[in-house]
Design a protein. Structure first.
Length: 378
């Protein structure tokens, strides 16, 4: 029977791009025994490059243990998991090259009679690989083998023992540097919001109502009180209701407003402008799929997975800026960010409230650590 392995891999970058490194380890999936520990600095690179490098190092090590191994790659990078599983497109050329390298390794394992599958895990469940990647970013190179390989280069009597003193820490070391302080602001209401209608990217793009402007002014005052004397960057989605809300925020902070369409609301396609009650009455099953199935897209619109693939790179770009950043956007993009930093499954994101004009505050580090200070404050 092929040997079953659990591959845990991670990568990080202090600056994104910045000082980068990866960590990877292999365990026996049945016994839980630690088999291999790997870490290496990468110079200057992005988080995503480092995450892919950790996966590639782990797959190479798995091949050395056995050509026909069955590998479960458990990663906390949803981007890498979805791209390697073929569900998300790979837009960047450097990511495509790394994904191709990883796929060649996986294909070789499959061709030898083994298998490779990918699963997403919360960051807290990937702490050992994260600890290794942090040591790599500190400049350490680690290669510890606790198992003989098929190459015959390791004598079991000379293998490094896995004593308690050599076990990895249960939690990664403290994250270095100052976090980026990020305030996510949901826009005020529009006519469609008040009427209970879907209102997404590519739709009628309504303006704020007077109530919406009142909510935006209140949110702007709250942001100004929160930010204090700190200099802040203000970013808005490209939709009118977000830009109008952001104008109030920018005026309160004395800051120019940048526009980034990646923060736009999810596109609901031909359903845009439809009353939710009418959609439920006409096709309750399809509406339920929109809510509960992350891969489901309404006709001509985006799925939640599509939205996630769009928003998370924008989130990482914000984190990489440093300082204080205010992002004025929409409920679904805010839920995407919260699900990402808290490790929430899709079926749990609806437990998070997000009122019009509300604030959500997060401190985030380029290596992926984040602390949610509060959500839905009005």
């Amino acid at each position: 029977m092929p040997r079953r392995l659990r591959l845990e891999a991670d990568g990080g970058s202090r600056g994104n791009p910045g000082v980068a490194g990866y960590g990877a380890l292999l365990r026996d999936a049945d016994s839980g025994d630690l088999l291999v520990e790997l870490a290496a600095p990468l110079g200057t690179a992005s988080n995503n490059v480092a995450e892919y490098r950790g996966l590639i190092a782990g797959l190479e090590a798995a091949q050395r243990i056995g050509a026909d191994v069955e590998v479960e790659a458990a990663l906390d990078s949803k981007l890498v998991v979805e791209q390697m599983s073929g569900r998300w497109k790979i837009k960047h050329a450097d990511m495509r090259a790394l994904a191709l390298e990883a796929r060649k390794l996986a294909d070789a394992i499959v061709a030898a009679g083994g298998s490779v599958r990918y699963s997403w895990v919360p960051r807290a469940d990937n702490a050992d690989a994260d600890a290794l990647s942090n040591r790599a970013m500190d400049g350490e190179t680690i290669e510890r083998w606790h198992v003989a390989t098929e190459e015959g280069g390791a004598d079991p009597d000379e293998l490094e023992p896995t004593s308690d003193a050599q076990q990895l820490p249960l939690r990664p070391p403290p994250h270095p540097g100052e976090p980026t302080r990020i305030v996510l602001v949901r826009h005020g209401v529009t006519r469609l919001t008040e009427e209970g209608r879907l209102d997404g990217r590519g739709g009628v793009d309504p303006d704020l109502t007077e109530t919406g402007h009142e909510q935006a002014r209140s949110a702007a005052a709250a942001v100004a009180a929160l930010v204090g004397e700190s200099e802040a960057t203000v970013i808005s989605s490209s939709l009118a209701r977000a830009r109008q809300t952001a104008a109030h925020v920018g005026a309160a902070l004395g800051a120019e407003v940048e526009t980034d369409a990646e923060w736009d609301e999810q596109s609901f396609g031909t359903w845009d402008g439809e009353a939710v009650g009418d959609l439920v009455a006409r096709d309750a099953e399809a509406f339920r799929a929109l809510r509960d199935d992350a891969a489901y897209a309404p006709p001509g619109g985006e799925s939640h997975d599509d939205l996630t693939a769009r928003v998370l790179p924008a989130w990482e770009a914000v984190v990489a800026r440093g300082g204080t950043v205010v992002v004025v956007c929409h409920r679904k993009p805010i839920l995407v960010v919260l699900a990402h930093v808290l490790g929430l499954a899709h079926d749990r994101i609806w437990r998070l409230a997000g009122a019009p004009g509300s604030l959500t505050a997060i401190e985030a580090w380029p290596d992926g650590h984040a602390v949610v200070a509060f959500t839905n404050r009005t």
